[in-house]
Write a protein that binds this ligand. Structure first.
Ligand code: CTP
Ligand code: MG
Length: 335
């Protein structure tokens, strides 16, 4: 069994609360940015519904899950019946319509893993991607947003972790490091595991929201306004949690055997998931179970080289949080 290294955090850890919160505040998008995103969505809805009256548009990803930074692009999902057989055709048609309405930089990427149309709106200056029938992403976006309503420390921790990951170059799935979505799941799981817990396990509670997407039942307790104050028995500060998060991934996580699971709020074993060996390109060197698509390991992009990069970055961050005189600068130093 992996040796868990227990260390006490530095005595002056709470002096880092105010500067960490200042960084968090500086990354939050302003109200008018959100208004512009809504405005662009309304424009896109008008264009799409002229051609396909039954179609619907949904925001997903960081513009809708409450983990988005200021100045991010928007992710939009177009739902339309029967598009699955001819997605490329729909995307090409959509690209034509957008171009006719004077959207800029319109580009249909029909061969991407997730086929999309890219666009830029000259009026609001916002760029975005539109994908088709990616309803699971819309639903997992809602799950993340609902978790964020329960305790503000989730949003604070995830902003700091995402900012760290972007600064250190470990938020690039095409280079074998993790997606923002994976980092947010890691934060949720970490807060579910605190004692007392700071977040509950919504999928383990009474079902108040249930949709069936591509034969996957997505069910959980979504009346999160009733859970406000859930984490108040735990008084850990944001600086303590940032320190704890990096220490966990640097020294405590059992990479050989463990799978983190937001769905169950627990750690599962790779054996029970049958994630013990490499199949094709899936290596399972760090295992993060998708909350709905249970066969999906968000860590599958990580290879034997990038796992070293990731673990060294977790260790660097943990050491900085423990010993550095100026962690709020050092942690986010460009690599
Ligand atoms: N997503 C997913 N499965 C993945 C990666 C992403 O379902 N393996 C979906 C999620 O709904 C996620 C969205 O795609 O919210 C966008 O993913 P990502 O770009 O990783 O997250 P963002 O929150 O948009 O972060 P960023 O601010 O870095 O753009
Ligand atoms: Mg995104």
């Amino acid at each position: 069994r992996y040796m868990k290294r227990q260390v006490a955090c530095r005595g002056d850890i709470d002096s880092l609360n105010a500067p960490m919160l200042a960084i968090y505040e500086s990354l939050i998008p302003a109200e008018e940015e959100m208004a512009k995103q809504k405005q662009l969505l309304a424009l896109l809805e008008k264009i799409v519904c002229k051609e396909w009256p039954e179609a619907r548009l949904y925001l997903y990803g960081s513009c809708a899950n409450s983990f988005g930074f200021s100045k991010s692009d928007i992710d939009v999902c177009l739902t339309i019946a029967d598009a699955d057989t001819n997605k490329s055709e729909v995307l090409l048609k959509l690209a034509d319509l957008l171009q006719l309405e004077n959207l800029q930089n319109v580009q249909a990427l029909t061969r991407a893993r997730v086929p999309i149309v890219k666009l830029m709106d000259p009026v609001t200056g916002i760029s975005g991607d539109i994908c088709i029938n990616n309803v699971l992403a819309v639903v997992n976006t809602k799950l993340l947003r609902d978790y964020a309503c329960i305790d503000v420390r989730l949003r604070q921790l995830a902003f700091i972790v995402k900012h760290w990951a972007k600064s250190r170059g470990v938020n690039e799935t095409y280079q074998g490091t993790l997606s923002s979505y994976a980092y947010v799941l890691m934060c949720i799981h970490f807060l579910q595991q605190r004692r007392p817990a700071i977040l509950p396990c919504l999928q383990g509670m009474k079902t108040t929201y249930c949709v069936n997407v591509d034969n996957i039942e997505c069910a959980y307790f979504d009346q999160v306004e009733n859970l406000f104050g859930f984490g108040s028995h735990n008084g850990e500060s944001i600086a303590q949690l940032i320190w704890g998060f990096f220490s966990y991934w640097a020294y405590c996580h059992d990479y050989a055997n463990d799978v983190i699971s937001v769905r169950t709020g627990t750690i599962l074993s790779k054996r029970t998931k049958d994630w013990t060996r490499r199949i094709g390109n899936d290596r399972h060197l760090i295992c993060i179970e998708d909350p709905f698509e249970l066969s999906h390991d968000l860590g599958r992009v990580v290879d034997k080289y990038s796992i070293r990069v990731l673990r060294e970055e977790f260790e660097r961050a943990a050491e900085i949080m423990q010993y550095d005189p100026n962690p709020c600068v050092k942690l986010f130093e460009p690599y």
